[in-house]
Design a protein around this ligand. Structure first.
Ligand code: ZN
Ligand code: ZN
Length: 276
C-alpha cells in the first residue's frame, strides 16, 4: 500500500523540528510514501514575534522573512524536481497560525509563494500558546472549561472563514495540554460546537485534516477524535488531508496508514493532493 500522502510535515526550518527537506524525502521513499507536503510553521502574530517569529537557517536562529520563506520554497522545488524520478510528489505548504487579523498576511504568502496547501491552525488563546507545554498553564489556570471552549471555538470559527486556508489543523488540539487542567470533562464538549464549524467550512468549501500526531506518543488517537471525524464526514465536510505533524524524519507518517484505514471505512478520502 503506497498510495498514501503525509500532508503535515515540519522540516528543520521550524525551530522545534529536526531533519532537512532532503532527509524527510529520503525517509518518505524508505517507507513508501507517495506524496509529502512540507508545512513549516508560519507564526506572524505581532504580539508573539519574540516567541514565534524565528526559523532556523544553516544552524542559526533567524527572524523569518520573505527572503527566507523564498529559500524554503526553493528547497522544496529542488526536492520536487529531484524526487520526481522516484515517483515521490513533493508539495509547497505552510501551517499558518490563526489569530484575528492574520487573514491578509495569510493570503499574501499563499499567493506570493503559490502554495499548494495551507493548514490554518489555532495554537494560541489570549496570545498564549496552549499548544506549548510550558506556556499552556498560563492560559488554562485562569479559565474555566466553558470560557476556554468559548475562546477556542470563536477563533476556530474565524479560522474556518479565512479564505487562505485549505483546511483547519488538529481541530481539538486543546485536549492535549488542557486535559490535565479540566480532566475528562474536556471530552464532554458539546459536539454541536463542532457542527457550527462544519457548517462554515462546508459553506466555504474547506475541510479538516486528520492529524495523527498522538501516534508518535504511542496513542492510537487522532486530532480530532474519531467521533468528530465521523461527525464531519456524516455532515458532508471534506477531509482535506491526512498528516503526521512529524517534526523529525523518524516519525514521518506515524499513524497515517491508520488514518487512511479509518477514512476508507467511512467511505471518505482526502482531497489533497488534488486529483489523485
Ligand atoms: Zn499545529
Ligand atoms: Zn504542525
Amino acid at each position: 500500500m503506497t498510495l498514501i500522502s503525509d500532508f503535515h510535515v515540519h522540516p528543520d526550518y521550524s525551530i522545534d523540528a529536526a531533519g532537512t527537506i532532503r532527509q524527510f524525502c529520503d525517509r518518505a521513499l524508505e517507507i513508501g510514501l507517495r506524496n509529502i507536503c512540507f508545512t513549516s510553521h508560519y507564526d506572524s502574530n505581532p504580539r508573539r514575534i519574540e516567541a514565534d517569529g524565528y526559523w532556523r537557517y544553516k544552524g542559526q536562529r533567524v527572524r523569518f522573512d520573505d527572503e527566507l520563506v523564498g529559500r524554503y520554497i526553493d528547497e522544496i522545488d529542488q526536492a520536487r524536481e529531484y524526487y520526481a524520478q522516484y515517483g515521490l510528489g513533493v508539495f509547497r505548504g505552510l501551517e499558518i497560525d490563526y489569530f484575528p487579523g492574520v487573514e491578509g498576511e495569510a493570503q499574501r504568502v499563499r499567493d506570493k509563494y503559490r502554495l499548494d496547501f495551507v493548514v490554518g491552525s489555532v495554537h494560541c488563546l489570549d496570545d498564549i500558546a496552549i499548544s506549548d507545554k510550558r506556556e499552556a498553564p498560563g492560559y488554562f489556570l485562569k479559565k474555566t472549561l466553558s470560557q476556554m471552549v468559548d475562546d477556542y471555538f470563536s477563533l476556530l470559527r474565524r479560522a474556518a472563514e479565512t479564505p487562505a486556508f485549505d483546511c483547519l489543523g488538529h481541530l481539538d488540539y486543546y485536549i492535549r495540554y488542557g486535559h490535565p487542567y479540566y480532566g475528562d470533562d474536556i471530552y464532554e464538549i458539546e459536539l454541536e460546537r463542532f457542527d457550527e464549524i462544519f457548517a462554515v467550512l462546508k459553506m466555504n468549501g474547506r475541510g479538516i485534516e486528520v492529524n495523527t500526531s498522538p501516534f508518535r506518543f504511542g496513542k492510537r488517537k487522532f486530532h480530532p477524535a474519531k467521533e468528530i471525524i465521523v461527525r464531519a464526514v456524516n455532515s458532508g465536510v471534506s477531509i482535506s488531508s491526512v498528516g503526521s505533524d512529524a517534526h523529525k524524519p523518524e516519525t514521518l507518517s506515524c499513524g497515517v496508514a491508520e488514518a487512511y484505514e479509518l477514512l476508507t471505512a467511512l467511505g471518505a478520502r482526502p482531497v489533497f493532493p488534488r486529483g489523485l
